[in-house]
Design a protein around this ligand. Structure first.
Ligand code: PMT
Length: 393
């Protein structure tokens, strides 16, 4: 299958160095990445870096002697499945908004029919200036997608809105724009993610090693394919995904209540969260002080959310196992009366908690099993959604 081409436009912002990581992530997604750098961008990051990452020539000027054609900007514009500009300065946004074509990047933006995703990065005053805001509004009206900017400390020493947003968020917006597959349109999917936290006292809690990556990957993939997604998330350090209804919870009890509320009228519940099986029976109101050699905590069972939730929707669970993977996962599939369970080998290298890849076996209600190789959590999310889709009547 022919690879899709992303044209990655980089402009002159201090955040330009982050474009190297972005280019690398795009390449890892199996995309061809053609980088176009403005003259100012080249003051911040060397084109050679991008060339080494993408294994393709980097376009740094409108006209170069070795360039095959003076019409390269048209060729680039035509082969782009997506034009992603990150970081985008106020200047490039203004140029695109007013139809300028005096450098390779603005020319490509004017000539392409591909979707355009823009991740602004600039000083807060420049971003909030009514001229910039009007330019952004104009481009949004024309169907371009803006992702970010984020808030925080800026290179100019001030704090505010204007930072290049998280790369995860930019990737999500890019993949969304690239993925024309809208096969889950009209479906409502509820997904849980992360490890619940069970308080011991106001300072300490019991939790597990779930980072939320698997659940968030599922949520992003489902929304990219047109589903409406409620993501019930225990605390994670992941940025809130774009276009998803994020429902933050902390404890197993809160997750239970949120699942009951959000599954009303849904089409599928996918529980990737690592939910505590036990909670502290009587958490202390004040910080527990040191006294004696031992501290005994009494734990009580939490509700098995997936095993007890009722409704006319598909129920999909995960089983994180360190031994007898398929045996224990099938046991859970039957006990919890699930349609599908993802048996997650947490001992395999690169699989399970807090990594970007996973290795699983899918077990279906009626006996079929499907052992999958190690792959990114994004790729796995799409396979799981393919199987869920096939189960809908
Ligand atoms: O978040 P990551 O770092 O990306 O890691 C991903 C993961 C390893 C957490 C994920 O892929 C995974 O395997 N999640 C399930 C972990 C787990 O707790 O499994 P379990 O075997 O304890 O539970 C079985 C199923 O019942 C799970 O779907 C769980 O969400 C659900 N459950 C468990 C306990 C409980 N009280 N209520 C539940 O609904």
């Amino acid at each position: 299958m022919k690879k899709k081409t992303v044209v990655l436009g980089i402009t002159g912002s201090i955040a330009a160095y982050k474009a190297a990581d972005l280019a690398s992530r795009l390449v890892k997604q199996g995309l061809d990445v053609d980088v176009v750098m403005t003259a100012a961008a080249q003051q911040f990051i060397n084109p050679l870096t991008l060339q080494a990452i993408t294994h393709r020539p980097v376009v740094t000027a409108m006209f170069t002697l070795h360039s095959a054609m003076a019409v390269e900007h048209i060729a680039l514009a035509e082969r782009a499945a997506l034009l992603l500009i990150a970081p985008a300065t106020a200047n490039i946004i203004a140029k695109i908004a007013h139809g300028f074509a005096d450098d390779m990047l603005s020319s490509t933006a004017l000539a392409t029919r591909a979707p355009i995703v823009i991740a602004p990065a600039m000083n807060t005053q420049m971003y909030e200036n009514t001229v910039t805001q009007a330019n952004i509004a104009k481009l949004e009206e024309r169907g371009m997608t803006f992702v970010g900017p984020g808030e925080g400390r800026l290179a100019c020493g001030t704090s505010g809105r204007g930072r290049l947003t998280e790369l995860d968020e930019i990737m999500q917006a890019a993949l969304l724009a690239l993925n024309p597959r809208q096969d889950l349109l009209g479906k409502k999917v509820v997904i849980t993610a992360g490890g619940t936290e069970e308080p011991i006292d106001p300072v300490r809690f019991i939790t597990n090693r779930s980072s939320g990556k698997m659940g968030y990957a599922l949520a992003k993939a489902a929304v990219a394919r047109g589903a409406t997604v409620d993501l019930i998330s225990a605390p994670t350090s992941l940025p809130a995904p774009v276009g998803i209804n994020l429902v933050p919870v902390r404890t197993a009890k809160e997750m239970h209540a949120a699942v009951l509320k959000h599954t009303l009228g849904c089409d599928a519940l996918i529980m990737a969260a690592a939910v505590a099986d036990y909670t502290v029976a009587d958490p202390a109101i004040h910080k527990i002080k040191k006294s004696g050699e031992k501290l005994v905590l009494e734990l009580s069972r939490t509700t098995d959310i997936l095993g007890t939730v009722q409704g006319n929707f598909l129920k999909i669970g995960f089983a994180a196992e360190s031994r007898d993977l398929v045996f224990h996962a099938r046991e859970k599939l039957e006990q919890k009366d699930l349609d599908l369970i993802i048996a997650n080998d947490i001992t395999a290298p690169g699989s399970g908690f807090n990594v970007d890849t996973n290795q699983v076996t899918l077990l279906h209600r009626f006996g079929q099993s499907e052992a999958l190789p190690l792959m990114t959590k994004e790729a796995l999310a799409h396979i799981i959604l393919d199987r869920v889709k096939a189960l809908w009547p």
